[in-house]
Design a protein around this ligand. Structure first.
Ligand code: ACM
Length: 523
């Protein structure tokens, strides 16, 4: 079997120098690692063992055929996630200043082998040869994320874990888990069991065609629901951490909270019972701005902080109509009492409360760019989704930002304009659009640009009822985004990416990823 060209790496490394010769994985190959890298060595062994059939025993030292993993403080210039990978005739060495770099280097190593290495049963007749090479690599951005909305459609834990494996393969480091919505509350909160007992289930779900006309709406005609227990959440968070990925939870407030209000009507402005939403869009039913609501969501966040070690906690903040606050005496009294000019300032007051509440606990608030309206909370990080403007304004004001503009990072948009595509939202973002994306807006000075932490792909699941559909929308566009976020700006090369993608798609196919074009070749 032909040796896979070293150029089939996604994301492409910062620096790659081919050397002469090669190294072949063999039944005698061992993995050399100290106790400090035991977990990383076991992961690598578990990735290479099934297809090769080789034992790949882990040892503190070895003289023969070997893959060496070592922490090397002298490589500190490679940062928290960088690594150096060397392949020569006797073996492979992955050195990094931090364990995360060893993980990223391991994924590069996997990609240097035949795609067959991704199989989970032994493959006979394959040469596990790796061309000699020296790679020095580090990411361009520190926030390389994938967002997944499990509110509109619940996604099984097994799929979430599979998605995390794929993120790790592409050197992403943030999984933004959008856990609460109008249409479903997906995380168990011990103090408030009805959030999931009631809020995790709805009677029906709107389906395509996408329409704003109630008369034309169609429904699936069956209930939908599901949630993650706290043990499930712990499992996902730990699994991701072991793979170098931070899980950033999102608990939406004060909008997109109808499922919570359905569970506890006193959280709403009217106090009247409502149901978990079965349609999509924006609703006027938002949280009340009472002390009781603040206490309730503090209680929720107390449990969330226990489960998620992430420095960043996402509180949503988007698409919160002010209609009910205008009509509700307690909201109007709150505005008077706090000296707030309008309902936008009332929303800012609400977000500021949680900004300082989180800051007191050593965490940082992140929210969608609507949190700029009415004044930005002092510690807030802004996720800019309605274009780049919110991110630009926030970065200029000295706030950190994550760029998530709909064009082109919303992966619920179709991948082409063709009518054969599954229903998307908001037009289309092609693979090429994603690959051409530049996360640092031109409008920013070099100083302000330092506030751009990175970017992420958004997967909103209104029209993605199951994992297969999510994968169709996510891949291969997330592979393009991975390269945008990891690789140096000057290595960007669409033709080169597409050529490497051909090999990469073989890997994704073996991993049973339902990427666009796998079953029906695209245009
Ligand atoms: C959003 O798409 N409402 C953040």
């Amino acid at each position: 079997m032909a040796v896979v060209p070293t150029t089939a790496l996604i994301p492409v490394p910062a620096k790659l120098t081919p050397r002469s010769g090669s190294f072949a994985l063999a039944t005698t190959t061992s993995i050399v690692a100290g106790d400090d890298l035991r977990a990383q060595a076991e992961l690598l062994r578990d990735q290479l063992r099934p297809a090769s059939g080789y034992p790949l025993l882990i040892a503190a030292s070895a003289n023969g055929s070997r893959i060496t993993l070592a922490l090397d403080r002298s490589l500190a210039n490679l940062g928290d996630e960088g690594y150096r990978l060397t392949v020569h005739a006797e073996g492979v060495a992955i050195r990094a200043p931090q364990p995360a770099g060893i993980l990223h280097g391991s994924h590069t190593l996997r990609q240097l082998l035949s795609p067959e290495i991704f199989r989970r049963g032994r493959v006979d007749g394959v040469s596990w040869t790796i061309p000699a090479v020296e790679i020095e690599d580090r990411p361009r951005f520190g926030w390389r994320g994938s967002h997944l909305d499990v509110g509109r459609h619940f996604m099984p834990k097994e799929f979430v874990l599979k998605h995390i494996d794929l993120l790790a393969l592409h050197k992403f480091n943030v999984f933004h888990w959008h856990l609460t919505e109008d249409q479903g509350w997906r995380i168990e909160i011990k103090k408030y069991p009805k959030l999931t007992a009631v809020g995790a289930f709805r009677k029906d779900s709107m389906t395509a065609p996408r329409t704003n006309d109630p008369a034309l709406r169609k429904f699936a005609g069956r209930p939908h629901g599901g949630f993650y227990t706290q043990d499930d959440v712990r499992e996902v968070v730990r699994y991701a951490a072991e793979r170098g990925i931070t899980v950033v939870p999102e608990i939406e407030m004060p909008g997109h909270a109808m499922a919570a209000i359905a569970a506890y009507p006193e959280l709403g402005n009217t106090g009247k019972p409502i149901e978990v939403l079965t349609t999509w869009g924006i609703t006027d039913h938002v949280l009340a701005v009472t002390d009781n609501v603040l206490r309730f969501f503090e209680d929720v966040l107390e449990e969330v902080l226990e489960l998620f070690p992430s420095k960043f906690i996402h509180v949503g903040g988007d698409e919160c109509p002010k209609t009910e606050w205008r009509q509700t005496p307690s909201a109007q009294e709150r505005m008077k009492k706090e000296g707030l000019r309008d309902e936008d300032e009332l929303q800012s007051w609400f977000i500021r409360h949680f900004d300082s509440w989180l800051a007191k606990r050593g965490r940082r608030l992140v929210g969608w760019d609507e949190i700029l309206e009415g004044g930005l909370a002092p510690g807030a990080t802004v996720m800019s989704w309605r274009g780049e403007e919110g991110g630009i304004a926030a970065a200029k004001a000295g706030h950190d930002v994550v760029m998530a503009p709909q064009k082109p990072t919303y992966l619920d948009h179709s991948q082409t304009e063709l009518p054969v595509e599954p229903p998307g939202i908001g037009g289309h973002n092609s693979l090429e659009d994603v690959y051409a994306y530049e996360p640092v807006p031109k409008a920013l000075s070099a100083e302000a640009a330092k506030h751009v932490l990175g970017s992420q792909g958004q997967i909103w699941t209104e029209y993605m009822p199951d994992p297969k559909r999510v994968e169709y929308m996510a891949w291969p566009r997330l592979a393009a985004l991975a390269e945008v976020l990891w690789s140096p700006r000057e290595t960007r090369d669409l033709a080169g990416f597409k050529s490497r993608l051909e090999t990469h798609l073989k890997r994704l196919a073996i991993l049973d990823v339902n990427y666009r074009g796998r079953l029906n070749p695209p245009d």
